[in-house]
Write a protein that binds this ligand. Structure first.
Ligand code: ADP
Ligand code: MG
Length: 246
């Protein structure tokens, strides 16, 4: 029998209630994503992309339907069980990097381990390993304001990887990057996918979605298209590429 999909939404709906008004952000979404699959979620503003990502990331719960993460029905877990599942399974990447500005790259990457209570030596070793994985081992003492946007996003990706997650969820990760730097980030996601990490990426840029092996298009809270195809191959750009900000 096939292994169950890593991420599975079954007839998921999400309704936001504001006073008397009901807003149907997701309407009966069925989606199964497998291990190592690199998926882009596209769709117009307001189509439900972020709502979908928030559910996949266990930051929110469906109004109806089921979400199974690694075979576990998320809504049945206690708060502690859910926190543990999230920590060992999910990493998040954001458009604005969300790095601490007066803190070195290494310390930024160590942060999730600090929260998890990992001892200092192990923190350091794992953070260095994650920075090496994104090609930034020589920049570990730099602060974010001494790095280009592309480098900052790589630090943020290293931070997302430091707990060795199985899934990386990225909402518009290239929204603040120029196109050359964006392709470098896509090359990194393709590499992570090849190593078995499942990447789900929200983007409104068709040029970026081309690098994913699967494209899901949302409209009015529904999946309008869901296609797998041969992705465009991203050339890795040198990690010190790009302008260093003012
Ligand atoms: P996208 O990310 O594709 O732009 P969203 O998932 O953010 O779309 O939003 C989908 C719909 O749900 C939109 O109509 C939006 O206004 C609404 N919505 C999103 N979040 C909330 C919220 N917290 N409260 C009320 N309505 C919301
Ligand atoms: Mg959004």
């Amino acid at each position: 029998m096939d292994a169950p999909p890593l991420l599975q939404l079954e007839d998921v709906s999400k309704v936001y209630r504001m006073g008397d008004v009901e807003l149907h952000a997701l309407r009966g979404v069925r989606l199964a994503i497998g291990r190592g699959e690199f998926t882009a979620i596209m769709g117009a503003s307001g189509s439900g992309k972020s709502t979908l990502m928030n559910l996949l990331g266990c930051l929110d719960r469906p109004t109806s339907g089921r979400y199974l993460l690694d075979g576990e029905e998320v809504s049945r877990l206690s708060g502690d069980q859910l926190a543990a599942l999230r920590n060992r399974t999910l990493g998040f990447v954001f458009q604005n990097f969300n790095l601490l500005s007066r803190t070195s790259a290494l310390e930024n990457v160590e942060l999730p381990l600090l929260y998890a209570g990992t001892p200092a030596a192990a923190r350091r070793a794992r953070a260095r390993e994650a920075l090496a994985r994104v090609g930034l081992d020589d920049r570990r003492d730099h602060h974010p304001n001494q790095m280009s946007g592309g480098q900052q996003q790589r630090v943020a990706i290293a931070r997302a990887l430091v707990n060795r997650p199985r899934v990386l969820l990225a909402d518009e990760p290239t929204g603040n990057l120029d196109s050359r730097t964006s392709v470098g980030v896509m090359a990194l996601f393709q590499e992570l996918g090849a190593s078995g990490i499942t990447v789900v990426l929200v983007t409104h840029e068709p040029d970026i979605a081309e690098y994913a092996a699967r494209v899901v298009v949302m409209r009015d809270g529904r999946i309008r298209a869901d296609e797998r195809r041969a992705p465009r191959r991203a050339e890795a750009s040198p990690p010190d590429d790009g302008e260093v900000g003012p």
